[in-house]
Structure formats: C-alpha cells, structure tokens
Design a protein around this ligand. Structure first.
Ligand SMILES: Cc1ncc(COP(=O)(O)O)c(C=O)c1O
Length: 406
C-alpha cells in the first residue's frame, strides 16, 4: 500500500474539497483526506485485478487485519466487531435481533437521531411494543430549549424512565441535533446493575473522543467511520457483546459464510452481503494512520478550539446561548446554537431551513440547521481543514441573514 502521507499541520491541502466551498458540516458527511482516498483506490484496483483471487483468497485476511487495527484503536477485541456500511445498518441489525413482544419498551430520549427513531418505531409497530422517550435537560416547558448543567440532567431522566418492560436503552454518544457529549459510561453502569442492555449510537464519537469500548462496557455500539475519522464513505462498524453474538440477525440474507472457506464466525452473515467493493472497510487503518500522524489529541484540541471560537462568535449574533457549559467534556469539534423562536414560521417537514439554504445559495457555506424538541439549532462542525477565517466568514454571513435566524 502507498505511503499514507500527511503534511503537518494537516489542512485543506490534504483534502480534495471543491474550490470556493466553505465546508463546515463534517458532522453530516465527512470527506476523506487525499491519502485515505488513495489507499481506497488501491484496494479497489486489487479487487479488479483478479476478483476471484481477491474474494476467495485475500478478503478474509484483509478484513480481519483491518478489524484488528480498528479494535486496537477503540479498545476492544476485534473479534467482537463487524464492519458494516454505516451506523444506520448497524442499528437496523440490532433492531432486527432484539427479541421484542407486545408491551415491551425501548427507551430513546428526545435528542436521538430521527432515522434511529424510525428504525425502532418500525420494529415496535410490528410486534406492538412501544418507544418511551423522556425529555432531557432543565427548563420550563418548551418555550426555551432545555439547558444542561451536569451529566445527571441527561442520565437522570433516562434512568428514571426505566420500567419492568424496558428491553433496551438506545443512547447517542454525541447527539446529532444538539452536538452534546452524553454520559454513556454512567448510563451503561447503572443499566447493567438493573440488567438492561444498552445500545450506543456512536457515529460522532469515533475520533472526536478517545473511545474505549472496554471501559464503556455497552451491549451494542453502532458507528459510522466516514464522519470524524474521515474513513471512506460506506465504512462503519457494529460492536456486539459476546452474549448477543449468536443471536444476531442480519438485515439482509446472503450465504452466511465466508467464500474463502474460513472457519465459521458470528460475523459471517454480515461480512458477505453479496458482491460489493469492501475497499472502504479495508481503508479504515489508513484513516487511523492519518489521524495518528496528526496526533489524536492535536486533532481534538484544534477542532474543539475552533468549535469554541464559533460558539463565542455566534452566540451574540444569534442572540441565544448554547445549551451546555463551555467545557470540552460537553462538546468537541461540533457546536449547536439555538435559533430564535419564531411562532410565525411554520414547520415544513423535510424542508431545508431558509438559513441553511441561504448560506449555501449566497455564500457557498455548508452548515446544518437541526431540530430537537421543537427548537432549531445552527450546528457548526470543525475539522482539520477548517480555519478561524472560515468561521469569521460564516459569522459575517449569518449577520447578513439575521432575518432568517429563527
Ligand atoms: C447520531 C447519529 N446516528 C446515526 C446517524 C446515521 O449515520 P449514517 O448516515 O452514517 O448511517 C447519524 C448521521 O448523521 C447521526 O448523527
């Protein structure tokens, strides 16, 4: 494989972002550095050079090597991991595998990702189970976004919503609409004492935090690696605690075994889902190498500092404060600031918020306006290729669009 080079300090030149675009939404879709794209391309070439040789004689070993590297990096035995396309696939597999009966409850708090709600609503509706969704944070009703002062503002309402019918707690490691680091380790610890399994939805946490799955000790962990790790699009993983592995049901059915004749493993039904290019999975070690050359702590510090700069500049412009304390244990490389409440602005399901649209149309800035418990947030993501100048450009643009900040 080619040398996975990175120019230090890493910056925009290491990515192939389009000229003229200010890309402040790595949190939704994180492009890979050129070095990682090159490795991905080499794997695809190896496949195309002799697909028979690749799938029958190279694939199993290469996949295991990639999983081993990932496992070492996130503190878990690679034999407890399986590569999947993304966190959505991982969550679907968990939802298909959990035995559920009428009246059972799945606990999903109100900051969880919309598609994750849909996945669980679908399996719950099938059997007559239900979703229990506690509201998190402190606040009076819904007129203002709820605020967080201590981790118990998150773990408290979740744990208080447990009933004898609770079959699973689903919790984000870092939330999508509000970009908050959730105290997953504490929730897992307390849930374990009650014998309730926990599934962590973790796509934002990989690289944004130093994740150690052994320490977190959850039952399932679903992640996409094409977010903060900047691995190729179509790379994610599912961690499954040993006692669940034999119960796992794939979301798609194929051969359920290795084509190369390797001894059976629980991952078989997910490793082979019909013919596809596994280059994104096999390039995950290159993405880890890239970040390690930068230094994980350097990455975290630099991107948090920039997110903090964005927070401090945007709060006065938007006239609203972020809902979390200004410390690195509450947020990392991404910050969400509430927009003003405007009762006259009608909710238009699926519509792109006018502020997000105008930032793109008028300024070629990519950001995201999110929604959570009826409030909207401007979410800004900061990666190594972003600069304070870009945040300044965003802030000037938002000032010019102040009529749309509700
Ligand atoms: C919290 C959370 N969960 C799940 C997902 C789904 O990730 P993917 O689209 O990579 O499957 C996202 C994507 O933004 C997310 O933010």
């Amino acid at each position: 494989m080619a040398e996975n080079s990175v120019s230090l300090p890493a910056g925009r030149g290491d990515w192939a972002l389009a000229d003229g675009v200010t890309y402040l939404n790595h949190g939704s879709f994180g492009p890979s550095p050129r070095a990682v794209q090159a490795v991905r391309e080499q794997w695809s070439q190896r496949l195309n050079a002799n697909p028979m040789d690749f799938y029958l004689r190279q694939f199993d070993g290469a996949l295991e090597d990639a999983a081993r590297r990932l496992g070492q990096w996130i503190g878990v035995d690679h034999r407890d991991l399986v590569f999947v396309d993304n966190a959505t696939v991982a969550m679907n597999v968990v939802a298909e595998s959990l035995p559920l009966e009428a009246g059972d409850e799945i606990l999903l708090n109100d900051h969880e990702y919309g598609a994750v709600f849909r996945i669980w609503r679908s399996v719950c509706d099938r059997v007559g189970a239900k979703i229990v969704s506690p509201t998190l944070g402190r606040g009076d009703g819904d007129a203002e976004p709820r605020r967080f002062e201590q981790p118990e503002d998150i773990s408290g309402p979740i744990l208080a919503a447990i009933t004898p019918r609770t079959k699973l707690i689903v919790i984000s490691h870092i939330t999508s609409p509000t970009a908050i680091n959730f105290p997953v380790e504490e929730v897992c610890r307390q849930a374990r004492q009650l014998g309730i399994p926990v599934c962590i939805d973790g796509p934002h946490a990989i690289a944004m935090l130093k994740v150690n799955l052994r320490q977190i000790d959850c039952d399932f962990y679903c992640a996409s690696l094409h977010k903060w790790l900047s691995a190729p699009f179509g790379s994610g993983f599912l961690y499954v605690r040993r006692n669940w592995q034999s119960k796992l049901k794939p979301h798609l059915t194929s051969w359920g075994r290795s084509l190369g004749g390797s001894p059976p493993v629980w991952q078989d039904s997910l490793n082979w889902l019909g013919t596809r290019d596994p280059a994104p999975f096999l390039s995950v070690p290159a993405a880890i190498d890239f970040l390690e050359r930068v230094g994980l702590e350097t990455f975290q510090q630099q991107t948090h500092d920039l997110a903090r700069y964005a927070r401090q500049k945007l709060e006065p412009i938007l006239g609203r404060a972020a809902t979390i304390p200004d410390t690195a244990d509450w947020y990392g490389s991404m910050i969400a600031i509430p927009l003003r409440v405007d009762a006259s602005r009608k909710a238009r399901p699926n519509a792109i918020h006018p502020l997000q649209q105008a930032l793109w149309d008028q300024y070629r800035i990519e950001t995201l306006v999110t929604e959570c418990h009826g409030h909207r947030y401007l979410r800004v993501s900061c990666h190594l290729y972003n600069t304070a100048d870009e945040v300044d450009v965003l802030c000037d643009a938002v000032k010019g669009l102040v009529d749309l900040t509700a």
